[in-house]
Design a protein around this ligand. Sequence first.
Ligand code: ASP
Ligand code: MG
Length: 450
Amino acid sequence: MIKVMKFGGTSVGGVEAIERTASIIQRESAKKVVVVSAMSGVTNSLINGLRERRPIDDLLGDLRERYATCANTILGNDSAQYGRELDLSLDDLRRAMEARYEFEVDHVLDDTISSWGERLSSLTMAHVLRARGVESVPLSSERAGIVAEGMPGNGSANLNETHRNLQQSVVPLLEKGVTPVITGYYGCDVEGRPLTFGRGGSDYSSSVIAYGIDANCCEIWTDVNGFMTADPRAVPSAKSIEEMDYNEAAELAYFGAKVLHPRTIEPVRRKGIPLVVKNSFDPDARGTIIRGQRTNGGDTLRSVAVKSDLAIVKVYSSEIVYQPSLISRLVGVISDAAVNSYAVSTSLSTLAMVIPSSAAEEVRRRIDALKEPQVEKVNVKSRISLICCVGDNLLNTPGVSARVFAKVAEVGANIELISEGASDVALNFVVPSEKAQDVVRAIHNTFIGG
Ligand code: ASP
Ligand code: MG
């Protein structure tokens, strides 16, 4: 049995959290790879520090204080060696920051710097585990050989090359009974430079590593009891979901459930490795197991999530359907601008695209720049939210959409756009943001239980 165990920022965020996490790792008898995020808040302070050109001494001082205080409390007399390694790592960060401040923009260096919290967490966790008698080593993504490609801040793993490397760098350690603590959040490009997987990307790292070592299970340890039937802040009666299939979890993660980075599903799905989301603050709770096929029967509707801060960009052109190449040029704008799209819908004379509000003006500008003679006007409607209802029987249950939409009407929300049938397991639609929570509560209470 080989496991990957990933711990997020709150699970390594302070003395108590680190101790709790170390106990969870220690009691696990399987061979395991640990993957860690930065302590909560650290990635933000690195990114904001860079943006504001914060003095290097201040930033490093804060980081040292946060990590060393925790580690000294936990390690006590064993902390001298840790302190030396922490200082060496911070010296490297200082050099990266000095280089960064000399140039105006260097996205590769930005990724190097924003990944530093993960490096410090991996060092810290390995020392804490060693102090408890667990044979453990910190292992950076560089040394492990996690290969990434794509744009800085938005990399993707090259699974085949990563698999080849991890078979040589990680598997022999496991065979010797050593537990490597690997940095989440980034891999390295062909030149060996760090490339991050986007915010929250340590979940994805753990799935990539599970693929690379042919793990039997990938555990994501976070601060909630797995996937919920709705966001418990909006719906107090929300419950955790014991079992989901890969499709359901992928839809929910992309369309609003914040528990998991949406890209986490793909690498484990390819090898059929089960993914388990657990709560490090409540380790005995079951959490959610995600795998190819569920064993329990299908409920019509199992969870409802909300994606907020979206906008609809609507392009008017009287003959848009007769101009397929025009549609592809318009949709191409979204990919050129590296924007995620949440729904695309066409009619005879309009193309509507649902994208993050923050990108709407940029997309409009790029559409204007195409200077398409057939485009009559472009409208942007902001402050809309997408509601994502997930359930594997949704598409095969006659009347379910009508019942869902009847509830939406009851709370007086106007549906601005619908996307149904595209996914086998999800019914998505867009409502004004101020109505979104009411809609979620009404649907949850009716279909899942109040
Ligand atoms: N530390 C990174 C972030 O805050 C990656 C992660 O935690 O998953 O985005
Ligand atoms: Mg996360």
